[in-house]
Design a protein around this ligand. Structure first.
Ligand code: ATP
Length: 299
């Protein structure tokens, strides 16, 4: 049991027409970075919104800093730094004026930190927000999120519009915030290499459900890619694969039980390679032909 969770979801359910988040449960301990991964439409943004009380689950329990967002939404939002894919602010204000206005909403706003980040992130203080590029808007949102002593940083696809150099800088900064013991981070991203780099925990959402939520080390230690020719792919092996893609060159399957796979192969020489987070998202749930991608030694 995690003694001091910053975030705890238990059995959270939310339905839209044609889509349901079902029985979502996971815990983020204070002072760690959790990556939220999953295909498009899996429910990641819906889940993030439930933390901010922007979406109300029909069942289940959300606790942020031990508080219920339905009763303490404003307090929770004031303690969270939220950065998402297409931030919108006071479009007609300049960077400097918008910062001052947003700062007035936060009890722990640190103007010196904000000005320092504006300089560091190379934001033009006198430019109106509506004239900024998407990446610059994200930089602005990040500067705000890092200037009010947030205890939890929620980043929902925040890095997709950033150039590689700034993305790296953002990751270093997030790691720095964690090392300083200042905050915890929930970071949803399709750029799984970013999460490979900084996440402590990974929660994988697929079709509205938690496929797993555990430490990144455990994900990477337990998952592997198995590659071989089609005659090896019997029922016993298929049962050990959480996804498989087949093609004219054979099969590539994902397993969370590499040891059992070795035993099931009974001496057959398949290639077993480490799986990345991207492999886990790509292969999970696939059941057959089409789009065989070659990895590792085959690439
Ligand atoms: P992506 O990676 O593409 O951003 P996601 O995992 O963040 O996807 P969500 O944005 O949470 O996915 O959407 C999950 C599902 O819920 C989608 O099918 C979406 O169409 C649906 N959905 C989200 N918000 C609403 C809404 N307000 N009304 C109806 N359906 C919605």
């Amino acid at each position: 049991m995690i003694v001091d969770p910053v975030l705890e979801l238990r059995g959270v359910c939310k339905s839209y027409e044609g889509f349901s988040l079902r029985d979502i449960s996971f815990t983020l301990p204070r002072g760690y970075i959790m990556g939220l991964i999953g295909p498009n439409g899996a429910g990641k943004t819906t889940l993030v919104k439930s933390i901010l009380d922007l979406v109300r689950p029909e069942y289940g329990q959300v606790r942020v800093f031990g508080l219920d967002p339905r009763e303490h939404g404003a307090e929770i939002r004031s303690r969270i730094g939220f950065v998402h894919e297409s931030p919108t602010f006071y479009e007609l204000l300049t960077v400097e004026r918008a910062g001052a206005l947003l700062g007035s909403f936060y009890a722990r706003w640190d103007e010196v930190t904000f000005r320092g980040l504006v300089r560091e992130f190379q934001l033009p203080p006198d430019k109106r927000l509506k004239t900024l590029s998407q990446g610059m808007r994200t930089r602005f949102a990040l500067a705000v999120a890092l200037s009010h002593g947030a205890e939890l940083l929620l980043l929902d696809e925040a890095s997709s519009g950033l150039d590689p150099a700034f993305r790296r800088e953002m990751l270093d900064r997030l790691s720095g915030v964690i090392e300083g013991g200042e905050a915890s981070v929930l970071f949803s991203s399709h750029i799984t290499s970013d999460l490979d780099r900084i996440a402590d925990y990974i929660t994988f959402i697929r079709a509205g459900q938690v496929h797993f939520s555990t430490t990144k080390d455990e994900v990477l230690e337990t998952h592997a890619l198995v590659k071989g020719d089609m005659r090896m792919l019997d029922d016993a092996l298929r049962k050990l694969l959480s996804g498989v893609v087949t093609g004219s060159f054979g099969f590539v399957g994902l397993t969370a039980r590499a040891g059992d796979v070795r035993a099931a192969l009974k001496g057959e020489t398949a290639v077993i390679d480490p799986a990345t987070l991207e492999d886990v998202v790509y292969y999970t749930g696939r059941t057959g032909g089409g789009g065989l991608r070659l990895h590792g030694n085959d690439a």
